[in-house]
Design a protein around this ligand. Structure first.
Ligand SMILES: [Zn+2]
Length: 240
């Protein structure tokens, strides 16, 4: 386990340093203006869970489990880099109240519980982990979606650049604004992105998602994307 964290931390550092070369000048100029910093709470959200498995690949790989595994790695890595983190769930099982008698009610209850957790966190930044699916096998590549709140678009663009650069430079996707029917991403007040890591419907990516190394790589790059955005996200709260 130790060598895995070391390897992942190394991947994070390489990704952050590679990106940092281009922004060093701006960062140096900005540093003098940053007198105090607000520590963020990174809310790591493994999408779906409980009765909601999310997407399922043709071979039966279930999205919620993949999301949880990557999210746990992001949580561990971010903590390794000194970030305060909270996870919206830590297992595949979710406890529902007796009042929630239908699947729909249980899903709604879970979404509201996650929303309450985000709202109760100081200087929150929301990071939701998902896998994509398409009716045809062709589409591939990470896709970042961002909320309409201040700081989200910048966070999303940085995250997309980190993922594309480190995982698949031929990915032509750009970060884009999330659709308004995604409950959590549209009911929060904090900066937020949703990362669709890969396509369960693409055989190459589905095979990669089954491997520990690719999950570790995804977690490392996602953590790096957050660390690159950290100062900008902190300044949103510091300015308030
Ligand atoms: Zn999903």
């Amino acid at each position: 386990m130790k060598y895995k964290i070391a390897l992942a931390a190394f991947l994070v550092a390489v990704t952050v340093l590679t990106a940092a070369r281009g922004v060093r000048y701006h960062a140096a100029r900005r540093a003098s203006a940053e007198i105090r910093r607000t520590p963020l709470t990174l809310i790591v959200d493994p999408g779906h869970g409980g009765e909601d498995g999310g997407a399922v690949s043709e071979n039966g790989l279930v999205e919620s489990g993949v999301n949880l595994d990557i999210a746990k790695r992001v949580d561990a890595l971010a903590a390794f880099f000194g970030v305060r983190t909270v996870m919206t769930r830590e297992s595949e099982a979710i406890e529902y109240s007796a009042n929630a008698s239908t699947t729909r009610m249980r899903k709604t209850e879970d979404q509201h519980a996650r929303l309450a957790l985000i709202r109760a966190s100081d200087s929150a930044v929301f990071l939701s982990i998902h896998q994509n699916q398409y009716p045809k096998p062709g589409p591939f590549g990470a896709q970042v979606l961002y909320a309409g709140t201040p700081g989200s678009a910048e966070f999303g663009n940085t995250m997309q650049t980190a993922l594309t650069g480190a995982l698949n430079p031929s990915n032509r996707r750009a970060a884009s604004r999330i659709e308004d029917n995604i409950f959590l991403m549209n009911h929060i007040d904090c900066p937020a992105v949703l990362v669709e890591c890969a396509f369960l419907s693409n055989p190459t990516e589905e095979a990669l998602l089954k491997t520990e190394l690719y999950r570790l790589k995804l977690a490392a790059v996602i953590t790096a994307g957050f660390l690159q955005s950290r100062a900008g996200l902190e300044s949103i709260y510091t300015a308030q």
